[in-house]
Design a binder for this molecule. Structure first.
Ligand SMILES: Nc1ncnc2c1ncn2[C@@H]1O[C@H](COP(=O)(O)OP(=O)(O)OP(=O)(O)O)[C@@H](O)[C@H]1O
Ligand SMILES: [Mg+2]
Length: 453
């Protein structure tokens, strides 16, 4: 069964039960009030006749009362203390005789069953000033009441039909309104599962349905982005592999030519060697990233004196920086103990330093270690060419480079920072990059200080 039909039926039956319940309650109350009013009125009328009789018990009064009642839809029977009828506005019959057998001490309703009896009746005993006792019986035919209640039932039936009609219409509209966005989301997810990520959902509401639509929209754009990225990634990889392989093949071809001078041959072999290293480095990095993606890469954390650890790297890197005319400084403020995998983390620092070296012409590169609120902060800042602001969000993407042209001289393939990010994430550290184009770049890594320190 469709969700909209199910929802519609549920809604309909719930409202139907509530409506039937309240209608029955209302009907019961209206009928009860109506009958109560009739009884009250009859009692009051009997009491007023009683009062008149108590004041002046004369034939004239008796006739007057009977005359009055014969002009109305109520009847009166007046009996003496022996229960014998003195006056009556109605011909006596068995039912009426039964009523007047009932002697009461005060004003009372003696018959209230309007549904099965022909009359409802009250009795008002009197004792006149001149000493006569008796009872005024008031009777009212129930036919009129029954007619009134039949009319009332008709009105109720019409009201129920009208309400049901509007209920069905509102039900249809509400179910349509509620399920329409769900149906369009179902269609959107179906299209996404078929590989079409260009779905747009028009749901704008800020409620749960709107949030769901937003999530689906985000999912679609993320999948679209991933699809695009995969395409670009594959294109970049084949490009990255093709370039060095072209060099290798080209120089191998030239190298095989006869009459080559030994020095030329050596030069070509050197290029072939360099390029093959480049390919194998690229493959190694890709393999590393693939392992990280599969979570099959493990980090062997140990407690490390971070300042000492950085000092060793600094000592190794210093000569390389000097050779390129860049001053490498190490601001070692205080010692900070961290839990890291030293081999992996060396790769992180070397990759960042490698960028500082590659993308600077002179200037100073500074490594700085500081500590604040149980956090060790490593910053590496250079005075190189910097990264344009709009490119910063992408520098952790695989194979992303600011300068798209790839020459042997500008080196990198764009995997360094992706690896850095994966390793820092695996250490639950925080990695930030800030940069000003033409001024320099600062990379900072925040790590929790080792606990038992
Ligand atoms: N310190 C920096 N100064 C200027 N640009 C930088 C710096 N660090 C990174 N970049 C830019 O970010 C890009 C991505 O850096 P990443 O280290 O991931 O790749 P790469 O250095 O090009 O190659 P790889 O590190 O794989 O050899 C670089 O190509 C470069 O354009
Ligand atoms: Mg790099």
């Amino acid at each position: 069964m469709k969700f909209s039909t199910k929802l519609g039926l549920w809604f309909f039956f719930c409202i139907l039960i509530i409506e039937t319940g309240s209608m029955l309650f209302l009907h019961q109350n209206v009928v009860q009030t109506l009958i109560d009013n009739e009884k009250e009125a009859l009692l009051a009328r009997g009491a007023s006749h009683r009062d008149v009789l108590e004041d002046s018990f004369t034939d004239n009064t008796l006739q007057h009362i009977v005359l009055m009642e014969s002009k109305t839809d109520t009847e009166v029977v007046i009996t003496d203390q022996n229960g014998d009828v003195i006056e009556s506005s109605i011909a006596l019959n068995e039912e009426i005789n039964f009523f007047i057998l009932q002697i009461t001490n005060d004003d009372q309703v003696i018959e209230a069953d309007w549904e099965s009896q022909s009359y409802i009746a009250t009795a008002s005993p009197f004792r006149s000033n001149s000493g006569e006792n008796g009872t005024v019986y008031m009777l009212k035919s129930t036919n009129q009441m029954k007619g009134l209640i039949t009319d009332l039932n008709h009105h109720f039936a019409i009201a129920v039909i009208i309400i049901l009609f509007f209920l069905v219409i509102t039900n249809i509209i509400l179910v349509k309104l509620l399920t329409k966005p769900l149906v369009s989301m179902k269609e959107a997810t179906k299209r996404i599962s078929e590989g079409d990520f260009t779905v747009t959902l028009p749901v704008k509401s800020k409620d749960e349905i709107g949030e769901l639509a937003n999530s689906i929209q985000t999912l679609a754009s993320n999948l679209n982005y991933l699809k695009q990225e995969r395409k670009e990634f594959l294109a970049s990889i084949s490009h990255e592999l093709r370039t060095p392989l072209t060099y290798i093949r080209g120089y191998a071809d030239i190298g095989q030519k006869p009459n080559l001078v030994e020095s030329q041959k050596n030069e070509y072999l050197k290029i072939i060697h360099e390029e093959s290293i480049r390919v194998s480095n690229l493959l190694e990095d890709l393999f590393e990233l693939a392992k990280m993606d599969q979570n099959s890469f493990s980090i062997m954390n140990e407690e490390v004196q971070f300042r000492e650890f950085l000092q060793t790297i600094y000592d190794k890197a210093y000569p390389v920086f000097s050779n390129s005319g860049i001053e490498l400084k190490f601001n070692r403020k205080e010692e900070c103990y961290v839990n890291i995998d030293p081999l992996r983390f060396e790769q992180v620092v070397l990759n960042i330093l490698d960028n500082a070296l590659k993308y600077s012409d002179g200037g100073t590169t500074t490594i700085e270690l500081s500590k604040k609120d149980n956090t060790c902060k490593l910053t590496i800042s250079d005075e190189g060419k910097g990264i344009p602001e709009d490119q910063i969000p992408y520098i952790f993407d695989r194979l992303f480079r600011v300068e798209k042209s790839r020459s042997r001289l500008t080196g990198g393939v764009g995997l360094g920072l992706s690896i850095v990010k994966e390793i820092v994430d695996a250490h639950e550290g925080e990695l930030k990059v800030s940069s000003e184009f033409g001024v320099g770049t600062t990379v900072s890594i925040l790590l929790k200080e080792a606990k038992n320190r």
